[in-house]
Design a protein around this ligand. Structure first.
Ligand SMILES: [Zn+2]
Length: 342
């Protein structure tokens, strides 16, 4: 098959588009013909070596995949060749203490499609049958590929972790990102009021269209001051943070008393300072979260089918132009998701 892969770490110029080993399914695995694969910030960490692929190089990125069933291992039942599917990207062991508690996202042997295994920047991808869900005809392959990581992570962060309630105020960092554009919509669906940040004025209208009441260009104005102004000095109830560094540090200052910061990524840097005085004196909570459950992905799919959530797809690139697609995301030009189409 053809794939876009890399043999050494670096920038987008390290991505090669060439022949790659065909995936061969074990008894309980399915090979899916990729119809759309979304890019994610974690792809950039895998590429530049800040998060080296655990199985080594060469490596194929791509966590968010929709496609059709191509072949299946001997133990797989109930899937027909050509069936439309969406892939749940998290792998868990089913045996450790956390899996037995039902908390699979903190499995001791947790892994991601496209990180711990070769992913969807390819014509074919291999996954355990437990990770395969049917994809309704009502959801395009392109829209579906924006759901399994970005939309699901934002859903789990806001609904399950932060427990957002009607009337609360939520600050979502980076409206133009996949996670940001999803989080704004989900917070609105929960009945919350939303403020968000953008890095360029051309993303302001998108943020309003998604349901944000207040939009701040963080390069021009201080989002902490704006959050205080927007809430009448009170501070917001919830912050969705996925940037790290100074954005993480300052997001704490935007919170009101009893506020919650959910951290779901570290796209600029893995590090962030924390002013502990704010945490204990205001009784803040800092919650880490990653991905969500397969059940939650099904719930997200139902909301998408019903039109209550709409994944934002900025543009698609042919798989052969993966290098250009990655550079487009690295340059932060995207408003929503960027997809590769084999
Ligand atoms: Zn486990």
């Amino acid at each position: 098959m053809k794939a876009a892969f890399f043999k050494e770490h670096g920038g987008s110029d390290k991505i090669l588009y060439d022949d790659y080993r065909d995936p061969v399914p074990d008894a309980g695995e399915v090979v899916v013909r990729v119809r759309a694969c979304a890019l994610n910030q974690v792809d950039m960490l895998l590429l530049d070596g800040r998060f080296p692929p655990p199985e080594g190089l060469p490596h194929v990125n791509g966590c968010e995949v929709t496609g059709t069933v191509e072949t299946a291992g001997g133990a797989v039942r109930g899937l027909a060749r050509g069936q439309r599917v969406i892939i749940f990207p998290g792998f868990s062991c089913n045996h450790c203490e956390y899996c037995l508690r039902g908390e699979r996202t903190v499995c001791l042997r947790y892994g991601y499609l496209g990180a711990h295994k070769d992913g969807g920047y390819a014509e074919l991808v291999k996954v355990p049958v437990a990770n395969v869900l049917p994809l309704s005809e009502a959801v395009t392959f392109e829209a579906g590929a924006a759901l399994p990581l970005a939309m699901l992570t934002a859903w789990h962060a806001l609904v399950a972790q932060a427990d957002v309630r009607p009337g609360q105020t939520v600050l979502v960092q980076a409206a133009g990102s996949g996670v940001g554009s999803a989080a704004i919509q989900i917070a609105r669906l929960c009945g919350a009021r939303v403020m968000t940040t953008v890095g360029s004025d051309d993303k302001i209208q998108l943020a309003h269209d998604l349901g944000a009441e207040q939009v701040v260009n963080y390069r021009q104005r201080d989002f902490v001051e704006e959050a205080k102004r927007w809430t009448g000095k009170r501070g917001v109830d919830v912050v969705v943070e996925h940037i790290g560094g100074e954005t993480f540090e300052r997001s704490i200052y935007a919170l009101g008393r009893l506020g919650v910061l959910v951290t779901i990524g570290s796209h600029d840097t893995h590090w962030g300072r924390l002013d502990l005085r704010h945490v204990y004196s205001k009784n803040l909570r800092v919650l880490g979260t990653n991905l969500g459950s397969i059940l939650e992905l099904q719930q997200v799919l139902e909301h998408v089918v019903a039109g209550r959530l709409s994944p934002v797809v900025d543009r698609t690139f042919p798989l052969a132009e993966a290098r250009a697609a990655v550079q487009y995301v690295l340059d932060r030009k995207n408003k929503g998701k960027v997809l590769l189409i084999p």
